[in-house]
Design a protein around this ligand. Structure first.
Ligand code: MN
Length: 357
């Protein structure tokens, strides 16, 4: 174990990261016990918003932090292995580091401790490391195994955390019934219907997947929403729109975006999409499909999703006529009302969600 590669990549005058002195003896390597290095069983996971978002998983070993960069973070689902790239050993002081590495420096971007704790060692070999992590966010048995050179995979052994469910696959949006919107009633929540492309958006490990609107590469402006969510796992119901200068949905330009898998700079500038998020179907291992709309909506608002190309437009309870009048005055297509006690029924036409026709 050596911190040479760690030092070689960093200039102590330019980065706020701890850079131990480069001369003198190498850090305490104590094969006889842990007297010089504490208990020797610390682990830390740092969320690192570098050029690409990743989570750095570090295990204390022989006086250093042996490190892997994991693009999607530690998996909670034993059915899904995640890639892990072994990186240079880090000094023990790094375990509490958080801050901003300046752009242009090695690993430039924000670093924050995501979880830390201790680990029980079950096996440490050249190609396989097996540990039980005891943190506040992650608790469980993991194996890291080398596939080639610095490429490893990380696998959760046993079960997912108690009650944790993976994101459901293959769902499609619930569709509204067309008809007269129920008159003002406290039983309903009203919002503007934007008339865009309805889709479901899954986010996991900071990465987006779109169901119903083509590959996510077609909408690069939405990618930062994944970064904003970080490690939070969600499934969202949303409307994709292109707004014109007056704030009205522009169906022609939306159609152009939907038909363009690799938009050029001119199209991205001329027809940026907006993701209008209206419902939350799954969050942090918990399905909300059967939960009443009010509860889903409260959980959605708690996510505080807000960015240049994504937002959660307001809903109004018991005020259908006012929302309808406001929408029409602004030339917006219609109003949608959702029964506040209703469940979400993927792929179905729901009598509990009504769109004015
Ligand atoms: Mn990193």
């Amino acid at each position: 174990m050596s911190l040479g590669p760690y030092r070689a990549k960093r200039d102590a005058t330019r980065t706020p990261e701890p850079v131990p002195e480069g001369h003198g003896p190498e850090p305490a390597v104590d094969h006889t016990g842990d007297e010089q290095t504490g208990r020797g069983d610390a682990f830390v996971v740092q969320e690192h918003h570098a050029t690409a978002l990743h989570w750095d998983v570090r295990l204390e070993r022989d006086g250093v932090l042996v490190s892997w960069a994991v693009p999607k973070g530690l998996p909670l689902d034993p059915a899904t292995n995640h890639l892990a790239k072994q990186t240079e050993d880090h000094p023990l002081e790094y375990a509490t580091f958080g801050g901003d590495i300046p752009r242009g420096e090695y690993g430039g971007g924000h670093v924050a401790v995501w979880d830390s704790g201790t680990y029980e060692l079950e096996k440490w070999q050249e190609r396989e490391v097996k540990v039980v992590l005891h943190g506040s966010r992650v608790d469980g048995r993991y194996v890291l195994f080398r596939t080639r050179r610095d490429d490893w995979m990380v696998h959760r052994m046993g079960r997912p955390p108690e009650g944790w469910l993976p994101l459901p696959q293959g769902l499609s949006p619930m569709r509204p019934t067309e008809g007269p919107v129920p008159a003002d009633s406290d039983a309903w929540a009203y919002e503007v219907a934007w008339g865009g492309a309805a889709l479901l958006v899954a986010v996991e490990g900071g990465r987006l997947t779109l169901a119903g609107a083509g590959p996510v590469a077609a909408f690069p402006e939405l990618r930062p929403m994944g970064l904003q969510l970080g490690s939070r796992q969600v499934l969202l119901d949303a409307d994709l729109v292109v707004l014109d200068d007056a704030g009205h949905p522009d169906r022609t330009r939306l159609a152009e975006r939907l038909a363009t898998p690799k938009p050029g700079r001119a199209l991205l500038r001329g027809a940026p999409v907006q993701l209008l998020v209206r419902d939350l179907l799954h969050v942090e291992g918990r399905s909300l499909l059967a939960a009443p709309y009010d509860q889903r909506r409260a959980a959605l608002e708690a996510l505080e999703l807000q960015g240049p190309c994504w937002q959660v437009p307001p809903v109004f309870t018991g005020a259908g006529a006012a929302v309808d009048a406001a929408a029409r005055a602004q030339g917006l297509p219609a109003v949608v009302a959702t029964r506040r006690t209703s469940a979400y029924r993927p792929g179905e036409v729901s009598p509990d969600r009504v769109r004015s026709s």
